[in-house]
Structures are given as C-alpha cells and as structure tokens.
Design a protein around this ligand. Structure first.
Ligand code: AKB
Length: 317
C-alpha cells in the first residue's frame, strides 16, 4: 500500500526525529510534516511541509482533503510545566486537537492514528514504583488529566467508530537532535548541553527525584514498532506503559562525570516543577507492551549518556 503520512507537530522534540525516521522508511514525498510554526531546517530541506493549526478544523480539513492520509501522527500538545501556566489553553489545545483528528480519521477513513500519552496520566495515589498499566490514576496537572481524558477518547473512537488509534505513555524523552519545551523532565536534556558548554548545571529538580526517562532512539523505535504491530495483538487503545530508564539528577550527573570529570551539579530548590515530578511514578512496569508487541529497551543510563555526549560534542565543536 502506498502510505501518505501526516505528522502534525513536526517541529517538536519527537516530531523532528519521527519525520526523519518515517521519510527513511516510506520516502520523503510520502511524509508530510505539519506544524503551526515555519518548518525547521531538517524538515524544510527534506520533504513536503504544510502549515497546520490543530485548533482550526477548517485548516485541518483542507490538509486531510488534499493529502488523503493513510496514517496520522498527532504530536502537537502543551506539556506539563507550560500547561500549569496556561491551564485552559493547555486543555483546549490538547483536547480539541485530538478530537479534531479523531473526527477526521473517521471521515477520511485513515487506516492508523498515533497519539502520544504520558507518564503524567498517573498521580499521587498511583503506585510510585513499577507503576502498572492499570491502577488508580488521579493526575493533578492539566497536562496529565488532558492525557488521561485523551486516552479515554482514543478507546472510545476505537470501540464506537473502529478508528485504529495507538498510543504510548512516554516517559521523559532525551535526545540530542531537538530540545523539549515546557516539560518537567526537560532537565535531563538541558544537563547535557550545559555539561558540554559550561561544565556545570543547576537542576530545577532535587537531587533524589527519580523519574522514568527514555532515549529518543528507543522512543522512536517503540513508536514505529507499535504502529507496525498487528491490530489483533493490541489489548489497549489507551497509552501503553513504557518503562525506560529510571534515574535521579544525582545519578545522571555521576554518569556524565565519567566522561567530563570536572562536571558539577547544584540544585535550585523552590521550583514549581518539583511538585509535578513528585506526583509522577518513579519507575514503570511495561510488561503489557512487552507481551503485546514484544517491546524491549536498548539504551540504559550508561549507553544513553555516552551517545548523547558523543553527538552533542560534535554539534558544539
Ligand atoms: C513533561 O515533562 O511534561 C513530558 C512528559 C513526561 O510527558 N516530558
């Protein structure tokens, strides 16, 4: 089948790398990068681009009509920390965007849809260690409960209208090609840039704050693997838990020090993102993803740190 793939939110942290990966598999002309902002360099030079505003249903209709997509990846969203500063806008963007895409998936008979969920769907009463796929979920950030509501909508559109929508609860994502914006886990990317540029970093999270994280190579591989999995093997259309690597800022700093011996870390304290991090799991059980679509992580803390530093050193040299 000749695929036509829309990636909406293509300029973002996941989008930048996903567009490249998808163009490598399906061919550049088959993958239309869409974003509300002008295309970034990597995307502009390598294939088609459309302006897309996920809140503007008319604009989206034109794009669906023109390209008749077989697959849609909806990545445009407001993350946890920014969402707390603009709660109504975060809810509106995250919910309206998803519902617009699910409606058009029905109307245009899109074969498969991907929508990212997050570990933010869990809350203070969820089990903190090895958080299972199914448990108490009481997220207390707008981002978190927009993701939880979004998961319910995905299940609903799948059951009611047969939309083949698939989702992952991403941990914090770490990559060197693009930076995250407005998340609670962003420190784990910034630290690498600062380590190379300045040899030191001030963390906005406390030294012992453990959070689940994942290297971008694993995250992209997981996304493509889930999208390729036979539909009958998928036991959920809400997000799949992915465990990733759990570590604290201190553990990450120790690993960086193995490569940059003079590196130092300090802790700012009093940051609103601490409360968000404290409400999230410290580690995640992804046995359902393992059983349903053979998920297996490749990058541990040591391997990820080495790869990040090797690549970023080239970027800054
Ligand atoms: C955030 O920190 O908001 C995101 C996430 C874990 O979904 N990286």
């Amino acid at each position: 089948m000749n695929e036509k793939i829309l990636v909406i939110g293509a300029n973002g942290q996941i989008g930048t790398e996903l567009v490249t990966a998808l163009r490598g598999i399906y061919g550049a002309e088959q993958v239309i990068a869409c974003d509300i902002n002008n295309p970034i360099y990597a995307i502009r030079n390598n294939g088609p681009f459309e302006y897309a505003n996920v809140m503007d249903k008319e604009n989206l209709h034109q794009i669906f009509n023109k390209h008749q997509p077989t697959q849609v990846y909806l990545l445009a969203a407001m993350l946890s920390a920014t969402g707390e500063q603009k709660p109504k806008l975060a809810w509106d963007l995250n919910m309206t965007g998803l519902l617009n895409i699910l409606d058009y998936a029905v109307e245009f008979k899109v074969a498969k849809v991907f929508w990212p969920s997050s570990i933010a769907v869990f809350g203070p009463h969820s089990p903190q260690y090895n958080t299972p796929q199914y448990c108490v979920m009481d997220p207390n950030t707008v981002y978190g409960f927009s993701k939880l509501a979004g998961e319910r909508w995905c299940e609903y559109y799948h059951t009611k209208y047969g939309v083949d929508v698939r989702s992952i609860r991403y941990p914090g994502l770490i990559g060197w090609k693009a930076s995250p914006g407005g998340g609670t886990t962003d420190y784990a990317v910034h630290i690498f840039h600062e380590a190379i540029k300045n040899g030191s970093y001030q963390s906005f999270l406390s030294e012992d704050t453990a959070l689940p994280m994942m290297y971008m190579d694993d995250a992209i591989r997981a996304t493509l693997q889930l999208m390729e999995a036979p539909a009958h093997k998928l036991s959920t259309r809400a997000g799949y838990n992915l465990g990733g690597i759990s570590f604290t800022p201190t553990m990450l700093a120790q690993e960086i020090k193995k490569h940059i011996p003079g590196f130092t870390i300090s802790y700012a304290g009093n940051d609103p993102r601490q409360a968000i991090a404290d409400s999230w799991p410290k580690s995640i059980d992804d046995s359902v993803a393992q059983a349903d679509w053979d998920w297996k992580i490749e990058f541990d803390l040591a391997k990820m740190t080495e790869d990040m530093l090797t690549n970023l050193k080239k970027v800054y040299s």
